[in-house]
Design a protein around this ligand. Structure first.
Ligand SMILES: [Ca+2]
Ligand SMILES: [Ca+2]
Ligand SMILES: [Ca+2]
Length: 481
């Protein structure tokens, strides 16, 4: 194979494998060899955030029909290449990926570029890899501390004030439907997570890697940004027999079968106590949402356990699917109508509050996907008050014994500390502000989880991470300990 063919083969394999979706598990299958090269050079990095597409590839964004879509590294590679490898390879590689490619694209190449500072952030590639920081991303470096996070369980979410709203989910390509969603308003969730005043927006992230941007307050300049705070305009119920998929199978485009549709007439105002709000839905028409699973065609099926439900900003009737050849109908597809369902992220596992506080780095998003769905948990992280600080947010330590500083919401009586996030929690101890703690065994990124108990109410876990190394960054050291 010539060099060009090798590159094309790499791109095709990369694109097929990377997008396939789930990030890490997909990134490592089917003859893909770059991850093998990386792990043969750095065996201790298996399962860390470096064991992913993002180490060598960048994300990116594109604009289509006035809608800007920002993709993670895996989806961006797919977007730039399709399946035919016709794109420009350097367009999806970051500088570390380019350096690796130039030096021969094998395990030896990784060693040859160890002393380089590919991303120009002042730390060599070796120092960054050692500290679990991206060598191809200059905003991530060994001095950064993992952003604070809190994990919310279904029990905690259900203990918060519940909001129920009946809305139209208008899609562009798929069928439309009306449904009654119940859950917690996003505003309430962010308040519970103790969002900082400097926050501007959130990104909600699903385990297939897709994320959706939502400003906190309404941005009138972009019709595709659904805001978190405030009440959306009241809507009207739009029914027509020609649109009804039950009466017109294969021709109709709106599903009116939800029990919450019964008794409504077209033109009726939809009355929602408290008004229409951006919701994190837990139930649809009284039933828990079906948890997301990866289908055999690598698509996300199901919408639960939690789905973001943004109401329409400009209410209107359901319109025919854009892909339908039958557009000579009452409500044909109209690209200018409000297709809120396209921004209703399914199976949300993470809510990232931006901007990240100064000096912090992204959490290990590849570890925050499917396991959270299995546990009915959701992570809120980023610009929130840090409830657990390890060694004064040092980021790195050479000792497994650390000091924890705790800053809980409210005034708990007791707390539970663990090195894991178990579904069954351990013994509680009286709450104190400062505590010595022993991290999990060995070197690498270590997490600490803390639950706070006030009477019978449990909050958390809140978590922080610290990197345990032979030596901490700033001190020159070689990899391989
Ligand atoms: Ca660097
Ligand atoms: Ca870096
Ligand atoms: Ca539609």
């Amino acid at each position: 194979m010539g060099k060009k063919n090798i590159i094309i083969a790499f791109v095709i394999i990369g694109a097929l494998v990377l997008i396939a979706s789930v990030g890490r598990s997909a990134y490592q299958h089917m003859g893909e060899r770059d991850s093998q090269n990386f792990l043969s050079a750095y065996s201790t990095k298996k399962g860390t955030k470096l064991d992913s597409c993002t180490t060598c590839h960048t994300g990116g964004s594109y604009t289509s029909n006035g809608k800007t879509t920002t993709l993670g590294a895996c989806q961006w590679c797919h977007y730039k290449y399709g399946y035919d490898g016709s794109g420009d390879i350097t367009a999806t590689l970051n500088q570390y990926g380019i350096d690796y490619n130039v030096k021969g694209r094998n395990a030896k190449a990784l060693k040859l570029i160890e002393k380089m500072d590919s991303d120009g952030d002042g730390f060599t590639n070796a120092e960054e890899i050692k500290a679990n920081r991206y060598p191809g991303d200059r905003t991530d470096d060994p001095t950064k501390v993992t952003a604070p996070s809190v994990i919310l369980s279904k029990k905690e979410l259900e203990a918060m004030p519940q909001h129920t709203q009946f809305i139209l989910m208008n899609t562009s390509k798929a069928g439309d439907f009306y449904a009654e969603y119940t859950g917690v308003t996003m505003e309430q969730i962010l308040a519970s997570a103790r969002i900082a005043d400097t926050s501007t927006n959130i990104k909600v992230i699903a385990p297939d890697g897709f994320s959706t941007y939502h400003p906190l307050t309404e941005d009138v300049t972009n019709p595709n940004f659904y805001h978190v705070y405030g009440i959306y305009p009241q809507a009207t119920y739009h029914y027509d027999p020609s649109a009804d998929t039950v009466l017109n199978p294969g021709i109709g485009w709106c599903d009116y079968v939800a029990p919450s549709c019964s008794g409504r007439k077209s033109g009726d105002p939809i009355i929602v106590p408290g008004g229409l709000k951006m919701l994190l839905a837990i139930k649809r028409d009284g039933e828990y949402l079906t948890p997301g699973v990866l289908s055999s065609s690598n698509k996300l099926d199901g919408e639960g356990p939690y789905r973001v439900v943004p109401p329409q900003k400009n209410e209107g009737p359901p319109d025919q699917a854009s892909t339908s050849p039958i557009q000579n109908v009452l409500w044909p597809y109209n690209s200018k109508w409000d297709h809120n369902a396209g921004f209703a992220t399914r199976s949300v596992t993470m809510i990232k509050v931006e901007p990240l506080p100064p000096g912090t780095t992204d959490i290990n998003v590849y570890e925050a996907g499917w396991p959270y769905i299995d546990k009915d948990q959701i992570v809120v992280y980023g610009n929130i008050i840090r409830a657990v600080s390890i060694n004064g947010d040092a980021g790195c330590t050479t000792s497994s014994t650390v000091s924890l500083a705790l800053n809980p919401p409210g005034t708990p009586d007791r707390m539970i500390i663990s090195n894991r996030n178990p579904t069954f929690m351990g013994m509680s101890v009286p709450y104190v502000k400062n505590k010595q703690w022993r991290l999990g065994f060995g070197k690498g990124m270590k997490d600490v989880y803390v639950w706070f108990k006030t009477g019978n109410t449990v909050q958390g876990p809140f978590s922080s991470s610290i990197y345990v190394a032979q030596t901490c960054p700033g001190v020159t050291a070689s990899i391989g300990d």
